[in-house]
Write a protein that binds this ligand. Structure first.
Ligand code: 13P
Length: 251
């Protein structure tokens, strides 16, 4: 059985006090035993929020990025060794905002994924097309290339530690969501591609999350699609009530 995952990405939001309050509100919830909750926390707060998450066996903390090197003269960066040293289990890599604003290429992300996996972290690898690509109906090929560019060469063992998050850029923070059918079609395409790249077992066991304007009113229908194993949620993960509703949207 694949994991069911409700992941939040707080991006560059929240003061320290607000972040603590939000995390405390989430860990207090009665989370279904088969749902894994991941909180994508600003790096400055990771250690504190990780301590709070310990109170709930279903809640885990994720960094939103990590550097491809283990240490060195990279001012302002965070390495996976640092993340590991404070017990952070997950890292989000390849978010479209980092690809766009920080020029993260598939090659760079391949390096980051390798470094993260080699150092014991689980990776939430993001992919997704722009509106132009969707309009040209090239989205499946584009996303497959993103996956090929960064995940090719991983072993089946590595893939046990990889979660894929499909986040169409046109649906991020816009209020416009992919329809449940559009999400299902892409998730199926990704799963078929994983079967080609690796094998049927990897395809069957890899969790694929949908991200892009997930909210309490649409989560149940999206999560109900056969190849959708949960969500990576921005805006609606930053309030206890709405994220709790989303956590409870798995059937
Ligand atoms: P929104 O849920 O705010 O659209 O953000 C999605 C996202 O980018 C999560 O990583």
């Amino acid at each position: 059985m694949r994991k069911k995952i409700a992941a939040g990405n707080w991006k560059m939001n929240k003061t320290f006090g607000e972040a603590v309050e939000l995390a405390k509100g989430i860990v207090e919830q009665n989370i279904p035993s088969d749902v894994t909750v991941v909180l994508g926390v600003p790096s400055l707060y990771l250690n504190k929020i990780n301590g709070i998450a310990e109170a709930n066996d279903n809640v885990f903390v994720s960094a939103q990025n990590a550097h491809q090197e283990l240490s060195g003269a990279y001012t302002g960066e965070t390495s996976v060794v640092m993340l590991q040293s404070i017990g952070i289990p997950y890292v989000i890599l390849g978010h479209s905002e980092r690809r766009e604003y920080n020029c993260e290429t598939p090659e760079l992300l391949k390096h980051k994924v390798r470094t993260a996996l080699d150092n014991g972290m689980e990776v939430i690898f993001c992919c997704g097309e722009s509106l132009d690509i969707r309009k040209a109906d090239n989205q499946e090929e584009y996303v497959r290339n993103q996956i090929k560019g960064s995940l090719e060469g991983l072993s089946k063992e590595d893939m046990k530690k990889v979660v894929i998050a499909y986040e169409p850029i046109w649906a991020i923070g816009t209020g416009e969501t992919a329809s449940p059918q559009q999400a299902q079609d892409m998730h199926r395409s990704i799963r078929e591609y994983l079967a080609d790249m690796f094998d049927a077992e990897v395809a069957e066991n890899t969790a694929i999350l949908y991200g892009g304007s997930v909210k309490p009113s649409n989560a149940e229908e999206i999560f109900g699609q056969i190849d959708v194993d949960g969500g990576l949620v921005g805006g609606a993960s930053m309030k206890v009530d709405s994220f709790t509703e989303i956590i409870n949207s798995f059937s």
